[in-house]
Structure formats: C-alpha cells, structure tokens
Design a protein around this ligand. Structure first.
Ligand code: FES
Length: 198
C-alpha cells in the first residue's frame, strides 16, 4: 500500500506533547501553500525556483510577499518561511517548489559544509520535507537544526541540511545566500532535489 495515501499510523503522529497545536500549524501552513498556488497557466516566464540575484520574501504575516532584510532573521527565533523575490518584476515567486525555510545560526555552529552558503549566519533550505513533503517549520532546541512536525524528522542546518533524525532519509537542499550592500540575495541554486524521493 502506498503509505502516502492514508493517515500515518506511527507513534510519532500521536500523543506527543504539543503535537495537536503543531499539527494544526502544519496543516494550516500546508493549506496556505496549496491555496497560494497559481490556479491557471504559469504566470511567470521564468521558473519559480530561486535563482542567483533573487531576493527573499516573507510567505506569511503582515509583510507577506515583501522583502526579507538580514536583520529580520535572528538567531534563536522560529524559522521564516519564504519565497524567492524576482527583482525584475518585484514579485514573489509563489510555488511549492520554491518554498524556503530560513534561519540564522551562531557563527560558531556553522560547519564547513554549510558555511560557504551562509550569509552572516543566515541559511536557507527547501522547506519541503524529504519524508512526505510537509513544510519544515520549527527550530530545534539546539538552535542549529530544523524540525518537520509531521513525523519528527530533524535536519541539521549547520551541516547542509543533513538528516539527524528520521523518518526522512535525504537531506534538505540548501540555497546559497549572500549579503551584498546590505541586501540579502540568492547566490546560487538549490543544491539538490526538492521534497521526497519519487
Ligand atoms: S513529512 Fe514526515 S517527517 Fe516530514
């Protein structure tokens, strides 16, 4: 049976403390992602995936689709969900494949695998969990790892998105960033596949 087609029966989906609130948050985010997808033919000529020179825009909140400044991303704060911001059009590129999770690490936590892709400690990854595709939304108590609340996978933001706890088995794709003249920019492309193995 394809496990993706039925409700998960694993223990980690059940009675963890705080799991109800997190499940609601994850469900609401998944709905927001789905409802933000363009319903007709592709509106943008370019791919929605982040490209060098793009900036980043908030997915949610009062500043949704507005540019993220470096000072907006603080160490120890919950990760920020973001979309690429196309500079030419000034529009956020809203798509599931372009959804990013952005956080800021302490400089001493960054490992050599992540350091070249970080901008003053700010790192970005595809937010689509490589297990079953839920959005990765939560900062681990270590403050250097990211958690998917659907089934508890943990990804090390300090180590290029490596899996530190399953059920996911594949790391998150990392997006290189740079700060140029005070502006947070995309410096490369996602360095791996997005979402679960197919
Ligand atoms: S979708 Fe299962 S851990 Fe993320």
């Amino acid at each position: 049976m394809d496990q993706r087609s039925h409700s998960c029966q694993c223990k980690c989906c059940g009675e963890q403390p705080d799991s109800g609130r997190r499940s609601m948050l994850t469900g609401a985010l998944a709905l927001a992602i789905a409802s933000s997808m363009p319903s007709g033919p592709a509106r943008a000529e370019r791919s929605p995936k982040p490209e060098p020179g793009d900036r980043l825009a908030f997915m949610l909140g009062e500043r949704a689709q507005q540019e993220i400044k470096p000072a907006d991303i603080e160490i120890g704060k919950e990760p920020t969900l973001a979309y690429p911001l196309d500079v030419a059009s000034g529009k956020a590129l809203i798509s599931r494949v372009s959804l990013l999770v952005v956080t800021r690490l302490k400089p001493e936590d960054l490992l050599p695998s992540s350091k070249p892709n970080a901008a003053d400690g700010i790192v970005a990854f595809s937010a689509i969990c490589t297990h079953y595709g839920c959005p990765v939304t939560t900062l681990h108590p270590s403050q250097s790892q990211l958690v998917c609340n659907c089934h508890g996978s943990v990804f090390n933001a300090a180590d290029r998105g490596a899996v530190t706890a399953g059920p996911a088995t594949r790391r998150l794709s990392m997006l290189p960033l740079v700060i140029r003249d005070g502006v947070l920019e995309v410096a490369g492309r996602l360095d791996g596949p997005i979402g679960p193995p197919t």
